[in-house]
Design a binder for this molecule. Structure first.
Ligand code: AOF
Ligand code: ZN
Length: 372
């Protein structure tokens, strides 16, 4: 196996931290000697051992000697004292001979200094192996660690004629199984999921992560309902399950205890946020409040009003548009993005670095948003 193949194994290990490490990165490590993998590790949960330490501990447990061995790490080893001690020093002390790195760490506390420390200690360092894959895995961390604002994904599924429901409001299902599985994988790695109260009233979604092949179904994101006037039905699935899955109702009015109590009794948090100029929850204020409390990512899953408000507030980092080869028709059947819309084509929101992926019969178009 070559460096890229070992790094790919390290990436697989890193993915085991999905949803459990936020706002930290997912990181995997593989220790190799004489062409054999002698230990592996990953960052398993927030505050836990870093991947390098986890791999070294596995080697120690198995009584294997790591002196002079090569370690493959998907992210540059840290060199600062955080919740965990600096990995660069740990690797030096363990006598590791060579360090192969995927992504550079944009954390200002690390940012190249981890590599320098290793080189200063006489260790051979190779950078950028499978960099694109490693960067993509940690798109959330990379964004949040420098901006302190959450990575916001606007996700929607529409028909070929741009409808997210039929004229009667029915929307189950637009896309097929593969596309829906990907959405659940995203729910598993995002810290939070945001919908408007209209979506709760119309669809009564659970907004949990349900992956068949995971014993626990996957990690559930914090559910957030934008509900300026506290219209969320007390019988809604998100309210009824709020003792099990954290649920925030974001509203604009400082409600009296009496009005908020049924929700807080059910386990929801009622969070008051400033209103925007249309009297709705100000999405930029909401996302920055979430960022301030360590929520590194938000997945917006509906509806059309929230999608427009988030674009208009320029908080959307990336768009995932699923397109099913179906046509609903209907002049009044809803489209994914509502609001007033732009007046001229050149005032559009434009996606950059777009990719198109086939998922069964459906297409997924992904891209960052270029706010110029
Ligand atoms: C991780 N896991 O495997 C690696 C990380 O507060 P701490 O000590 O957990 O440090 C978090 C920082 O450490 C994080 O922002 C990143 O820059 C660096 N590397 N973090 O959580 C890991 N290797
Ligand atoms: Zn570390």
């Amino acid at each position: 196996m070559d460096d890229r193949e070992y790094m790919s194994v390290a990436l697989d290990h890193a993915k085991q931290g999905a949803g459990k490490v936020n706002p930290n990165p997912m990181v995997g490590a593989v220790i190799v000697r004489d062409g054999r993998i002698i230990a592996t590790g990953h960052h398993d949960h927030f505050g836990g051992w870093h991947a390098e330490r986890a791999a070294l501990e596995a080697a120690k447990r198995d009584g294997v000697d790591v002196r002079g061995a090569t370690i493959y790490v998907t992210l540059e080893p840290c060199c600062h004292q955080g919740k965990q001690p600096p990995c660069s020093q740990t690797l030096i002390d363990a006598g590791i001979g060579r360090v192969v790195i995927g992504s550079a760490d944009p954390n200002p506390l690390v940012s190249g200094k981890g590599v320098r420390q290793l080189r200063d200690a006489g260790i051979e360092v190779v950078e950028g192996v499978l960099r694109d894959e490693c960067d993509a895995l940690n798109e959330i961390f990379m964004h949040y660690i420098v901006s302190h604002n959450p990575f916001v994904l606007l996700k929607y599924a529409m028909t070929l004629d741009g409808r997210i429901a039929t004229r009667t409001g029915a929307s189950r299902w637009i896309t097929g199984e593969q596309a829906r599985r990907r959405v659940h994988e995203d729910r598993g790695r995002f810290a939070s999921i945001l919908v408007g109260v209209g979506t709760v009233i119309a669809d009564d979604p659970r907004l949990t992560c349900r992956l068949d092949d995971r014993e626990d179904g996957g990690h559930d994101p914090i559910r957030i309902v934008c509900d300026s006037r506290l219209r969320t039905p007390l019988g809604a699935a998100v309210v009824r399950t709020a003792h099990d899955v954290p649920t925030i109702i974001a509203t604009c009015v400082p409600w009296s205890d009496d009005a908020a109590k049924p929700y807080t009794d059910a386990g929801c948090e009622v969070l008051t946020i400033d209103a925007d100029d249309e009297g709705h929850v100000d999405i930029a204020a909401l996302t920055s409040a979430l960022g301030a409390r360590g929520v590194d990512s938000v997945m917006i899953e509906g509806g059309a009003g929230i999608a427009w408000a988030a674009l208009r507030a320029r908080v959307v980092t990336k768009v995932d548009a699923y397109v099913a080869p179906k046509i609903f028709g209907g002049a009044d059947a809803p489209a994914p993005v509502g609001g007033v819309g732009v007046a001229t084509p050149d005032a559009c929101f434009r996606l950059t670095n777009t990719t198109v992926t086939s998922l069964g019969d459906d297409l997924l178009i992904e891209g960052g948003v270029d706010y110029v």
